[in-house]
Design a protein around this ligand. Sequence first.
Ligand code: 3AM
Length: 171
Amino acid sequence: MRLFFALWPDTQTQHAWHDGLAPYLAPLGGRRMPSANLHLTLAFLGDVRGDRMSELLRLGDDLATDALSLRFDHLEYWKKPGLVCLRTADTPPPLARLAGQLGTGLDMAGFAVERRQFKPHVTLARDVPVGMASLPVWPVVEWQVPAVALVRSRLAAGGSEYAVLHEWRLG
Ligand code: 3AM
């Protein structure tokens, strides 16, 4: 199964982002992500054998669970993947620590994780033909992160479907 670790919003927050940011996205075209899919990926694992689940759960149990709040202040268009995402102004130290701890843990356990620089983002739309360099969001979106989640991704006809398999509460 295809798995990833993510910061996972509660349903109300997903709806607030989806509806609140609609006016910014409407003129750009592309394919809006449904509200239930909105999340911030920490580490994408790809296909994982079912018998390795317990290792991932143990790894999650060892993560720091300090309170984490994020401040998203702009949208970015990433030309190559053709996506528009919600971005934080910077990577706050507790988020860098969490992503680093997760990356190291996965590495040590022998999971193949990406070496690309971690750029915290929430994907809002895909297949966006033409975008913009950066678009400020006002008022800024403040988020008290409720949980880290281990999520399963399934490719369906209408796009990816996500199911949260386990959550670790923060704060
Ligand atoms: O947070 P977003 O939506 O940008 O793009 C996929 C999505 O990220 C990403 O993992 C998240 C859940 O599917 N993803 C999918 N395949 C990937 C890959 N091969 C990938 N990230 C890195 N490498």
